[in-house]
Design a protein around this ligand. Structure first.
Ligand SMILES: Nc1nc2c(ncn2[C@@H]2O[C@H](COP(=O)(O)OP(=O)(O)OP(=O)(O)O)[C@@H](O)[C@H]2O)c(=O)[nH]1
Ligand SMILES: [Mg+2]
Length: 266
């Protein structure tokens, strides 16, 4: 019983104290000239406005996915599939990048708010490839499309292109993830992604040996690839390099969408 009494007394004391404080505060408030109150409100509004501006102009999060790879690997077919859900059969060698900002076709039916993706298909022709550099600073991920059907004759060229990408300063510094996409798996003669990964690693190992000899004199050129003294493996890269399979033509490209969604948050 005693404890209860004590509690009651405490509560009464607290109530008194609170009342005192609130009346003090009210008194003080009445004493303050209205100009000061207006000034305080103005300062408050101004700072919130500034914070809003900072938020608006903060560098936007990278939401661009680049489609790269040799000419004929199937980038443009894939671009249209991701956008429209159809392949626009009969595409020709691209001369200009396809640049689109859209909600993935497969996500259009989804209710709620879905973030659009900025997708750029960079032509594979060797003279047009340099355009990739313009887009790299905004890239959240790179899909490197490989023709799994005609892989062997193109292995060297694909490896060179991939080597260039993996040693680009922006890619290394920003650790831009790369998805090596083995395309055209609808054909039975297409090589497996494991086979392609191993061949690319072997070929890049050769390039690494020959190029590191050159770049010793020309250090500004490259970021060294791999771990010194070890045979090259994609797992040595600073950025995440993964391998996946797809068939743009027949609409099996869920692993590309997964990659896109992993790096451009919805
Ligand atoms: N069998 C098969 N053929 C494909 C597939 N994807 C693309 N192709 C064919 O490959 C050829 C080249 O496809 P594109 O998408 O134009 O190639 P690209 O990578 O855009 O080539 P560039 O624009 O020159 O860089 C076309 O004839 C396509 O029909 C696929 O998944 N399977
Ligand atoms: Mg194309």
């Amino acid at each position: 019983m005693e404890g209860l009494e004590l509690l009651k007394e405490l509560a009464v004391q607290w109530k008194k104290q609170a009342e005192q404080w609130s009346s003090h505060a009210l008194q003080y408030f009445h004493q303050v000239p209205p100009e000061q109150i207006y000034a305080a409100i103005a300062v408050l509004l101004f700072t919130s406005f500034l914070l809003l501006l900072v938020r608006l102009f903060k560098r936007p999060k990278a939401n661009t996915i680049l489609l790269s790879g040799l000419s004929g690997s199937g980038k443009t077919v894939l671009f249209y599939q991701l956008r429209d859900g159809s392949s626009h059969q009969g595409t020709v060698t691209s001369m200009e990048p396809n640049d689109g900002y859209f909600v993935l076709h497969s996500e259009k039916s989804k209710g709620g708010k879905v973030n659009p993706v900025h997708l750029i298909d960079v032509p594979g022709h060797s003279r047009l490839r340099a355009q990739l550099d313009d887009f790299l600073p905004q890239a959240a991920g790179i899909v490197f499309v490989v023709d799994a059907l005609e892989f062997l004759p193109n292995c060297r060229a694909a490896s060179e292109y991939l080597y260039d990408i993996l040693t680009k300063a922006t890619v290394v510094r920003k650790k831009i993830p790369v998805l090596i996409l083995c395309n055209k798996t609808d054909k039975v003669t297409a090589h497996s992604k494991e086979f392609i990964r191993k061949q690319l690693e072997k070929e890049i190992e050769k390039l690494r040996a020959s190029r590191s000899a050159i770049s010793a004199a020309d250090i500004a050129n490259d970021f060294a690839l791999g771990v010194p003294g070890e045979v090259f493996s994609f797992s040595h890269c600073q950025n995440k390099v993964t391998v996946a399979e797809a068939s743009g033509l027949t609409g099996e490209y869920s692993q590309v969408e997964q990659f896109v969604r992993e790096h451009v948050k919805s």
